[in-house]
Design a protein around this ligand. Structure first.
Ligand SMILES: [Zn+2]
Ligand SMILES: [Zn+2]
Length: 77
């Protein structure tokens, strides 16, 4: 698994002893869904549920991330 930057790796790979699920842990900011058909990075919203915002660019280094890129139409080249 490669990450765009150390910060991203740090956040995605952060493991907590007290919360098996990243969504339950207030210290977990980023969740990475590695599903090859639907890979994406999301920002966890700690509202007590499982809300999140899909992020398209790394908040730390600005690298564009895998995921839905429906506003990119460079496939016509
Ligand atoms: Zn990054
Ligand atoms: Zn925790």
């Amino acid at each position: 698994m490669t990450f765009c930057c150390e910060m991203m790796r740090d956040k995605v790979e952060a493991k907590c002893d007290q919360h098996a699920d990243s969504f339950d842990c207030p210290d977990c900011l980023i969740y990475h869904d590695p599903d090859p058909r639907d890979e994406r990075y999301v920002l966890i919203i700690h509202d007590g549920g499982s809300s999140y915002i899909a992020i398209r660019y790394c908040p730390w280094c600005g690298t564009s991330l895998p995921g839905d890129v429906d506003d990119e139409d460079d496939t016509t080249a």
